[in-house]
Design a binder for this molecule. Structure first.
Ligand SMILES: C[S@@+](CC[C@H](N)C(=O)[O-])C[C@H]1O[C@@H](n2cnc3c(N)ncnc32)[C@H](O)[C@@H]1O
Length: 293
């Protein structure tokens, strides 16, 4: 197994390969967001690739940074993909609705909006639903998008003096990238069925828990366990056998190392903010796994 620390790896020899035509960033805060890990991920991209696939999109930090010309962005969270679809198709309406939330924002508006979000939403317009998602995400406690077992968003209001509820330029930049992307909602397996030779797939699955109690798996009402991690490793192997270039990030645990034998594995440090106890947040080791390049 090729396992190396950052210092010993080939990353320092790599020239930067990403020169995006748009400066775009995530439009929401998302647990497990990769903004802090971006330099390490960018340094390990393949030198060139065809389509870009990101099947566990979340906030999609790497996708927005690369601003790929041809991409498939996917996630099992239907609200998230509906949000990206609304920004792709009608960013002006999303911005208008967000301006309303920004002007109305206070504690009463937050809780009334949260209640409305959890009600049957057949009557919502796509832009309204998307703007409401962004509003709740930017104003909730810790930017933590968490749903309970019945799928209800249940996070209290956060303590911010001036949360960035509506940033039109950032939404327009996100729109430019999303306009040239195919969006899919569903399991990661379906997202990569047509990935082929020369394409690049970046997997950022829910983390393998470092300790039995440390797992945060509530991006949706369904979790991601050890069998799912094993199945994902098999999918990565099949993609590499098909000629795809695959990169994956996860916790540095013996289990994850064991299921990616034969891949290149780099250990990197990452500051994570998923522990609800601030004192327990800090740097943890992660791995970046690469195959096919
Ligand atoms: C670690 S987060 C991704 C973080 C993201 N890369 C970022 O920068 O914000 C994992 C994502 O996987 C999604 N997810 C969980 N299980 C999934 C599955 N079986 N198929 C597809 N997506 C899944 C979750 O909804 C969540 O958005």
């Amino acid at each position: 197994m090729a396992s190396r620390s950052v210092a010993a790896s080939r990353v320092a020899r790599r020239a930067p390969v990403v020169t995006p035509d748009v400066v775009a960033h995530p439009v929401i805060k998302w647990v497990g967001g990769k903004t802090r890990l971006l330099p390490e991920l960018l340094a390990r991209l393949p030198e060139k690739f065809g389509h870009y696939f990101e099947p566990f999109a979340g906030g999609a930090a790497l996708y927005f940074r690369i601003a790929p010309r041809r991409a498939v962005l996917s996630d099992s969270n239907a609200d998230l993909i509906a949000l990206y679809t609304a920004i792709q198709k009608d960013v002006a309406s999303v911005i208008r609705r967000l301006q309303h939330h920004r002007d109305a924002h206070d504690e009463r508006h937050y809780y009334a909006t949260r209640e409305r979000w959890n009600e049957n939403h057949a009557s919502w317009s796509n832009a309204d639903r998307a703007a409401t998602f962004i509003y709740l995400n930017k104003t909730c406690f810790n930017g933590l998008w968490r749903v309970n077992r019945s799928g209800d968003f249940n996070v209290p209001i956060g303590r911010y003096t001036d949360p960035p509820i509506c940033v039109p330029d950032a939404l327009r930049a996100a729109h430019t990238v999303l306009a040239r992307t195919e969006l899919r909602c569903g399991d990661y397996q379906a997202a990569v069925v047509d990935a082929g030779r020369g394409d690049f797939v970046y997997f950022d699955p829910p983390y393998d828990p470092v300790t039995p109690t440390a797992n945060f798996t509530s991006y949706s009402a369904i979790g991601f366990g050890a069998d799912d991690q094993r199945e994902l490793a098999e999918t990565a192997r099949r993609l590499v056998a098909r000629g795809c270039q695959v990169m994956l990030s996860n916790s540095d645990t013996p289990f994850i190392r064991s299921i990616y034998k034969g891949f290149t594995i780099d250990r990197v440090k990452c500051a994570r903010a998923i522990n609800s106890n601030a004192a327990k947040r800090g740097d943890v080791d992660e791995v970046i796994v690469m195959g096919g390049y």
